[in-house]
Design a protein around this ligand. Structure first.
Ligand SMILES: Cc1cc2nc3c(=O)[nH]c(=O)nc-3n(C[C@H](O)[C@H](O)[C@H](O)COP(=O)(O)OP(=O)(O)OC[C@H]3O[C@@H](n4cnc5c(N)ncnc54)[C@H](O)[C@@H]3O)c2cc1C
Length: 316
């Protein structure tokens, strides 16, 4: 017979592991699946996560995994291919060549930063090609910044990083509106009409960006405004999603489909580690409450069946 668990958690980043920790301590049978790398593992040091600032992400994650194991929760290194809802309220979770039946599913699948094909990218990603000054702006404050990427997020990103340095240049061929240009001008942010095609290093350090027109722009930190998409299409196959494919959730982490929950970057592109972890902890009691209500429904139905069997026995 297939195994039935109270909760299947898809994704073992801090979002999924925080949900697992809560559910394990609540005595709920739980299994966690993860078929790849978490988003934070591209960096050398975790920032802005209280208690862990400056630690390598692998250490943070391995501590969290050890905590989850303490409560008897298995973490399977497998990608979940699909989740199929059944008429009886259970979910078939397909992984590898197996199926696990789950009463609830927590999607903690994260997101993917869509990066252009830049030369020098593997050496830079998670290091000197940066996504948000909240994470590592402190380390390069006051240095020469260049900002590029998708037009819809560029002006926001350029003015946001300006809070960490007064030396900011935007490289983009986008036709900015007058309002956007005014905002950049007010902050003394230069705009170069060109397209970044690569990153140039001297030893380990970024020293310049190269462009399609053949220019070399000296800089110390590059900031990319990248599009983001859901790392998995599970949410799109199960519940309402936004234009990035991220699950739409309420404040409890509930999606539009009863029994399916979502946490962290799988539901919120702006979630940092602390937010993703908090969302995982927050969803725990709501998963437990959902399980409790299903159990009460089941017992009520059993009771009604027993009562009607009793009545028909007395009548006959
Ligand atoms: C360059 C960079 C630097 C960052 N630095 C910081 C920082 O210093 N501090 C900070 O707070 N935040 C930082 N962040 C943000 C941080 O990475 C995210 O907030 C965090 O990873 C979100 O956690 P999560 O659990 O939601 O998702 P993730 O950590 O991405 O975990 C999702 C997991 O789900 C797995 N998965 C996806 N689909 C499936 C599937 N179908 N089956 C099985 N497994 C699946 C993935 O393999 C992944 O392991 C940074 C992000 C980037 C890109």
């Amino acid at each position: 017979m297939e195994r039935i668990v109270d909760a299947a958690i898809v994704g073992a980043g801090v979002g999924g592991l925080s949900a697992a920790l809560f559910l394990g301590r609540a005595g709920r049978s739980t299994i966690v699946f993860d078929g790849g790398k978490t988003r934070i593992e591209s960096v050398e040091e975790v920032r802005e996560y209280p208690g862990f600032d400056g630690l390598p992400p692998q250490e943070v994650l391995s501590r969290a995994r050890a905590e989850v194991h303490k409560y008897g929760i298995e973490i399977k290194r497998q990608r979940v291919a699909s989740v199929t809802p059944r008429a009886d309220g259970l979910f078939e979770v397909y992984h590898g060549h197996s199926v696990t039946l789950a009463r609830t599913v927590v999607l903690a699948t994260g997101l993917i930063d869509k990066l252009p094909p830049l030369s020098g990218l593997p050496m830079s990603w998670g290091r000197d090609l940066r996504v948000c000054p909240c994470f590592d702006g402190y380390e390069v404050q006051g240095k020469r910044f260049v900002v590029f990427g998708v037009p819809k997020r560029l002006v926001h990103m350029a003015s946001w990083v300006w809070m960490w340095s007064r030396d900011v240049t935007v490289v983009s061929e986008h036709a900015f509106t007058d309002v956007e240009l005014d905002r950049l001008r007010l902050l003394d942010i230069d705009v170069i009409a060109d397209e970044v095609t690569g990153l140039v290093h001297s030893g380990e350090r970024l020293e310049a960006l190269i462009t399609r027109k053949g220019n070399s722009i000296a800089c110390d930190a590059a900031w990319i405004a990248a599009d983001m998409v859901a790392a998995s299409d599970l949410a799109a196959s199960l519940c309402d999603v936004d234009e990035m494919g991220l699950a739409r959730v309420d404040s409890a982490g509930r999606t539009s489909r009863p029994g399916i929950f979502a946490v962290g970057n799988a539901a919120d592109p702006a979630a940092h580690l602390a937010h993703a972890s908090a969302a995982g902890t927050n969803v725990g009691p709501h998963v437990v409450m959902y399980l409790l209500e299903r159990e009460i429904e089941r017992r009520t139905a059993n009771q009604k069946n027993a009562d009607s069997a009793d009545i028909s026995q007395r009548v006959s």
